[in-house]
Write a protein that binds this ligand. Structure first.
Ligand code: ATP
Ligand code: MG
Length: 259
C-alpha cells in the first residue's frame, strides 16, 4: 500500500476508524487515511463497503466505534463549519426556493438576513444558477438541483468539502459538465475535497489521490496518486495515456471486491 502523505500538508486524518452498526454489522475496519490540503481525494469501493459511513464519520455525524478523526491535529467531536457535506441525493428542502435552500446553512448559523442573501447570491452566481433564485427544487433539472446543493455547501465557506456521489443522479452529459465545473472552481478556490464515487473514470479525472476500499467491512485496499496533468485544456484529460492506463489499473484492483 502506498501512502498519500507525499502530497504536501495533511489537513485531515483518520486514525484507525472502525464503525459497527447495531453491534453486529461491521461497516468499516481500521481506516487510517491522510487527506492532503487543497487536493481532491476520491474514495472508490463496491456498494455497501462503507463509503457513506466514512464520510459521515468525517463530517462528525456518526461517532466511530473505534478511532478518531483529526482536523489539523485536533480531534473532532461533531459537525463543524470547517467541513461541509454535499449529499448523495441532493437533500434539498422541497418547500424552499433555491435562495432559501442555499441560505439554509447560513441561517442555521445565525448569519443576519442581508448577509445571508448577499453570500447566497454570490454562490448561486458562481454555480451558474443566477435567475433561478426563486424556483423550487421540482422546477429544476437534476443538474440544477445538484448545483443548488453545491452552492449551499460553498456558502459555508469551509476549507473541507465532503461530497457523497454528488453527480450520480444526473445524466452523462450533465455529469461531465458538473465535473468540469468542479475542476474550474477548484482552480480558482483552494479547497480540500473528499469525493465518494462509484465511477473509476470520475475518480481518475478529478482526483489527486484515489483511495480504494475493499468490500465490507471496508478497509483501505490501495491508494493511488493519478498525477494527471490538469494544467492544459481539461477537455484533453481523458485522452492522456496516463488517464487511460490508470482507469484499467484501478479496475484490476477493484474488480476482486465486486461480487
Ligand atoms: N444506520 C445503519 N444501520 C445499520 N446498518 C447500516 C446503517 N448505515 C449503513 N449500514 C450498513 O453498513 C454498510 C455500509 O453502508 P454505507 O452506506 O456506508 O455503504 P456505501 O459504500 O456508501 O454504499 P453505496 O455505494 O451503496 O452508497 C452496509 O452494509 C449498510 O447496510
Ligand atoms: Mg453511499
Amino acid at each position: 500500500m502506498r501512502s498519500g502523505s507525499s502530497l504536501t500538508d495533511i489537513i485531515l486524518n483518520t486514525e484507525d476508524i472502525g464503525v459497527t452498526y447495531q453491534e453486529t454489522i461491521i461497516a468499516l475496519k481500521s481506516v487510517s487515511l491522510d487527506i492532503p490540503a487543497g487536493k481532491l481525494t476520491a474514495i472508490l469501493g463496491p456498494s455497501g463497503c462503507g463509503k457513506t459511513t466514512l464520510l459521515k464519520v468525517i463530517a462528525g455525524l456518526i461517532e466511530p466505534t473505534t478511532g478518531a478523526v483529526k482536523v489539523r491535529g485536533e480531534k473532532i467531536v461533531g459537525p463543524g463549519p470547517d467541513r461541509a457535506l454535499v449529499f448523495q441525493d441532493f437533500a434539498l428542502l422541497p418547500w424552499a426556493t433555491v435562495m432559501e435552500n442555499v441560505a439554509f446553512g447560513l441561517r442555521a448559523r445565525g448569519v443576519p438576513k442581508k448577509e445571508r442573501k448577499e453570500t447566497s447570491l454570490h454562490y448561486i452566481k458562481e454555480v451558474g444558477l443566477l435567475g433561478f433564485e426563486d424556483k423550487y427544487p421540482h422546477q429544476l433539472s437534476g443538474g440544477m438541483r445538484q448545483r443548488t446543493g453545491l452552492a449551499r455547501a460553498l456558502t459555508i465557506n469551509s476549507d473541507i468539502l465532503l461530497m457523497d456521489e454528488p453527480f450520480s443522479a444526473v445524466d452523462e452529459q450533465m455529469r461531465r459538465k458538473l465535473q468540469e465545473d468542479l475542476l474550474k472552481l477548484l482552480k480558482i478556490k483552494s479547497k480540500t475535497v473528499i469525493f465518494v464515487t462509484h465511477s473509476i473514470e470520475e475518480a481518475v479525472y478529478l482526483a489527486d489521490q484515489v483511495v480504494i476500499l475493499s468490500g465490507r467491512p471496508g478497509s483501505i485496499a490501495e491508494i493511488v496518486c493519478p498525477e494527471i496533468d490538469r494544467h492544459g485544456e481539461i477537455d484533453l484529460i481523458r485522452r492522456q495515456p496516463r488517464y487511460i492506463e490508470l482507469v484499467d489499473e484501478i479496475w484490476s484492483s477493484l474488480k476482486r471486491y465486486v461480487e
